[in-house]
Design a protein around this ligand. Structure first.
Ligand code: SAH
Length: 356
């Protein structure tokens, strides 16, 4: 079992702050809050529009509010981060380094295409899972992100691109299901307050015992992506240390339950590592494992990181693996990662810290 700094799987380790930030609150909560400030109820709706619709960063920006009130509320935080740095890859993918209230830096990636703007959000600072091929885990784990720190990432990308975000993938730094409470809260806020369809949101997990079942019980319409990466337990344990406490059959059983409860199919992610998990026998074993399963396999050719010397398979080998799965009736696609040149691709994000 993986433990976090506060020892709880759902632990919501909030950064030090004198009050709960306004970002993440529903319109009803904002209305209740303005009333505690002796303001009329309709200001709650205005506040909601300014925070989520106009992307207000501080109460001082909200020009429809009386000046005297804005001045007295100067210390009240909406909960927005600062853009510390941004880098643009040749494919127009933008990696943002965002500075949080406590000085930690997280990474968020905006990926534009003709019809979409997808945001790859982080759910933690660092990651405790330590998957061998992933850069995030190499730097260790610092803390869970609070709800507002997750929602902020989406608003930041929306503001920078001057375009509505269409899709969200929880594939940035961290393991979302260790921070399930804040992630679920953020999903509801992104859906109801920011206006992004639940079906356009994907939560990616390496699998934490019991957590996929618990997520299913929230009856969200999000897509669940499970990082499988291996066709058998011993290979999986070699790549993902936490798999030792989570037999492959148990993981697959929980995925079946997720499908039964939510009616949504599951995506399985599979990082292709040359000579390690990309052979004919692995494709055959994977097809067998997923037989009759309402699923989709997403193959991710390995993106290089400094600390380890895994190799990305050749195109020919990737195609052979794909064809083998297709021939067995498995729905499969290959994700050629974006932002590779700027270390913004899957598995390349890292945490850092600057002094306040
Ligand atoms: N903790 C979540 C989110 C991780 S990032 C999870 O494990 O699912 C999203 C995906 O990128 C995961 O499938 C992850 O295993 C994959 N990934 C990590 N490192 C990678 C690398 N170096 N190359 C390609 N994909 C990688």
């Amino acid at each position: 079992m993986v433990s976090t700094t506060n020892g709880s799987l759902d632990g919501a380790a909030l950064p030090p702050s004198t009050h709960r930030p306004l970002l993440g609150m529903t319109q009803a909560e904002l209305t209740a809050w303005v009333q505690t400030q002796e303001q009329p109820a309709y200001r709650g709706k205005q506040l909601h529009q300014w925070i989520y619709g106009k992307g207000a960063r501080s109460l001082a920006d909200i020009t429809v509010f009386p000046k005297t009130w804005r001045q007295t509320m100067e210390q009240t935080s909406i909960g927005r981060s600062e853009i510390h740095h941004r880098s643009v890859a040749p494919d127009q993918t933008v990696k943002f380094l965002l500075r949080l209230d406590d000085g930690h830096i997280i990474e968020t990636v905006g990926m534009p295409t003709d019809k979409r703007l997808t945001v790859c959000v982080s759910s933690q600072i660092g990651c405790p899972m330590a998957c061998d091929f992933c850069a995030t885990g190499k730097g260790g784990f610092i803390r869970n992100l609070a709800t507002h720190e997750i929602v902020d990432q989406v608003l930041t990308v929306q503001e920078a691109f001057k375009e509505r975000v269409s899709n969200i993938v929880f594939m940035g730094m961290g393991e979302p299901l260790i921070n399930a409470q804040n992630v679920v809260h953020a999903v509801k806020c992104l859906n109801q307050d920011v206006g992004i369809g639940q079906r356009s949101i994907t939560i990616s997990t390496v699998g934490i015992p019991g957590q996929i079942r618990r997520l299913a019980q929230h009856h969200l319409q999000v897509t669940l992506a499970v990082s499988l990466h291996a066709s058998n337990q011993s290979l999986r344990t070699q790549l993902i240390p936490s798999a030792q406490q989570y037999p492959l059959e148990d993981l697959i059983d929980e995925c079946r339950e997720y499908i039964a409860i939510t009616g949504r199919r599951v995506t399985f992610e599979y990082v292709l590592l040359a000579g390690l998990n990309d052979c004919e026998e692995h494709a055959a074993e994977l097809s067998q494992l997923l037989r009759g399963f309402q699923s989709h396999v997403n193959l991710i050719p390995y993106n290089p990181i400094d600390e380890v010397d895994y190799q990305r398979p050749s195109r020919q080998r990737i195609n052979q693996f794909t064809d083998r799965l297709k021939a067995s009736g498995v729905a499969v696609s290959v994700r050629y990662s974006r932002g590779l040149e700027k270390d913004a691709a899957c598995g390349q994000l890292r945490a850092s810290k600057i002094d306040n």
